[in-house]
Design a protein around this ligand. Structure first.
Ligand SMILES: [Mn+2]
Length: 421
């Protein structure tokens, strides 16, 4: 039967500098910097182990037009490993690494095909001299491509049994990504390609599973908390006459995860480590072999409330945790702990009682329940502010933040009152 098997990846962003994270410790920034390369290495290993026919990379191989020579050499070394095994690579250049930014002094290994930027072209893949697939594609020449490149794709005059389109661009609504090479589903549904190998959107997405299949594999290594969860590539199999089969395979080294942990009833600080461990193991598709960088929000009613509202204590906690989990084979690193806990007190009981705490609670509720009053209160506070920046900042807060701050203030005050009582 006529069949092909390939790996589809995109948006490797090799050599990402992780600038925003440079304030972290040097060891961690090195691990992050290596992670994009190592996940690419994992992809190459997968190609070899799964004995694929070829690899497709749909643009943004490098993070920047000013990619380092070292990064380019590493890329070529990995492709050479495939080429030595007789596995071909087809790739396009995206908005981060447009074709004109590639060095001509670096020769691509044999069996590696880079799409040109002048127009959509195709190569024909053959197996044992039999024509199997046409692989069409086009590279970005400049970073800012606003034309609908998908519109220019058409089957070869005498097409192979299987046709694949390789494109870096945006289908439909761009979301957080720049609207480069935009197109709509209706532009491509009747073009009779079997598979659209997409790149650009970093969140993986099967736009269409067949007729034609359109897949964004996402980037194979997350680079910040906006790119959290499992990251990887797709293993695709197409046999003529059947819908393509695709399987997501994780390849990342480091996972970014936002965890919210309810610590109601936890009143000993040393129990937090266990709670964190449990929370990590509950993340979607938990992988014990991955490394994790975490942002943790603690919530719930706890006797630890006042300790956790002491920033120095939380920082020490984070530092201690990170030191303990750094040298393990798979590291876990806490970037930040947000404390959103409440004191472990019977609020309703206090409210029903008489006395100072009860009165305080009732007057907080007046503002929490009446938005107009709350806005007036904020205005009064704002007027008392001398510092211009502080004035600006408070003016920028939204209603939700006002309420959150007020709720927090209420709890802090209650906690203090109860302690003193
Ligand atoms: Mn990208």
């Amino acid at each position: 039967m006529l069949k092909i098997k390939f790996i589809h990846t995109a948006d490797l962003h090799l050599d990402t500098p992780f600038k925003g994270l440079s304030s972290w410790n040097a060891d961690l920034s090195k691990k992050l910097k290596d992670a994009t390369f190592k996940s690419f290495k994992n992809i190459i290993d997968l190609c070899i182990n799964k004995k694929v026919d070829f690899l497709i990379i749909s643009g943004d191989i490098f993070d920047s037009e000013n990619k380092s020579l070292a990064a380019q050499l590493k890329f070529v070394t990995e492709l050479k490993r495939l080429s030595d095994k007789g596995i071909a690579t087809y790739f396009t250049c995206g908005n981060h690494d447009p074709l004109k930014s590639w060095l001509d002094t670096i020769k691509l290994p044999e069996n590696v095909y880079r799409f040109d930027s002048s127009k959509v072209k195709f190569w024909t893949f053959k197996k044992e001299d039999k024509v199997i697939a046409d692989i069409h594609g086009i590279s970005f020449n400049d970073k800012d491509i606003k034309e609908n490149l998908a519109a220019d794709f058409k089957l070869a005059p005498n097409p192979a049994p299987i046709s694949i389109a390789v494109l870096h661009g945006t289908i439909g609504i761009p979301g957080p990504h720049e609207n480069y090479a935009p197109f709509k589903l209706k532009d491509v549904v009747n073009k009779r390609f079997d598979y659209w190998a997409m790149g650009h959107i970093h969140k993986r997405q099967v736009v269409n599973s067949s007729n034609p299949a359109i897949i964004y594999p996402g980037n194979p290594q997350g680079r910040d908390f906006g790119e959290s969860g499992e990251k990887g590539c797709y293993l695709v199999e197409i046999s003529k006459g059947n819908d393509p089969g695709s399987e997501f395979i994780p390849t990342q080294l480091i996972r970014f995860e936002d965890l919210t942990i309810d610590i109601t009833g936890v009143d000993q600080i040393e129990l937090l480590q266990g709670k964190i461990k449990e929370a990590i193991e509950r993340v979607e598709n938990y992988d014990e072999n991955a490394n994790y960088i975490l942002r943790i929000t603690l919530r719930g009613r706890t006797g630890l409330h006042s300790s956790l509202n002491d920033q120095v204590q939380v920082e020490e906690l984070v530092q201690h945790y990170n030191e303990e989990h750094q040298d393990k084979q798979n590291f876990i690193w806490i970037d930040k702990i947000y404390v959103n806990t409440q004191p472990d007190i019977g609020i309703e009981k206090i409210k029903k009682g008489v006395g100072f705490s009860s009165e305080i609670l009732k007057s907080f509720d007046v503002y929490l329940e009446d938005n107009k009053k709350l806005i007036e209160l904020i205005k009064t506070i704002e007027e008392d502010f001398v510092n211009a920046q502080a004035k600006r900042e408070i003016a920028e807060f939204t209603g939700d933040i006002h309420k959150e701050m007020l709720e927090k203030a209420k709890m802090l005050l209650l906690d203090k009152l109860i302690k003193e009582e």
